[in-house]
Design a protein around this ligand. Structure first.
Ligand SMILES: [Zn+2]
Length: 85
């Protein structure tokens, strides 16, 4: 983990607002390496937006950009996202 990186808990509030379920315990499967892990374990990078990266292969799992009351979400790097409902 480097100085600019946070873990998935850093974006728990935003993800929970968007998906309306508890997201830190949601399990994502990486589209790159196939590893499954809790969202709380992903690596988070903040810049103009937020990038969630796989802790195993560093592939971009999800990108989020928010502006005002709108959020753009790119989930191309996720094979699946399992949430408790
Ligand atoms: Zn991966």
């Amino acid at each position: 983990m480097d100085a600019l990186m946070l873990d998935g808990n850093a974006v728990a509030g935003l993800l929970q607002e968007v998906f309306a379920v508890e997201m830190t315990t949601a399990v994502g499967t990486c589209g790159g390496c196939g590893a499954s892990d809790a969202v709380g374990a992903v690596h988070v990078y903040r810049g103009a937006g937020i990038v969630l990266r796989c802790p195993h292969c560093d592939a971009a799992l999800m990108k989020l950009v928010s502006a005002g009351s709108r959020v753009w979400i790119d989930c191309r790097g996720l094979r699946t996202l399992e949430v408790a409902v």
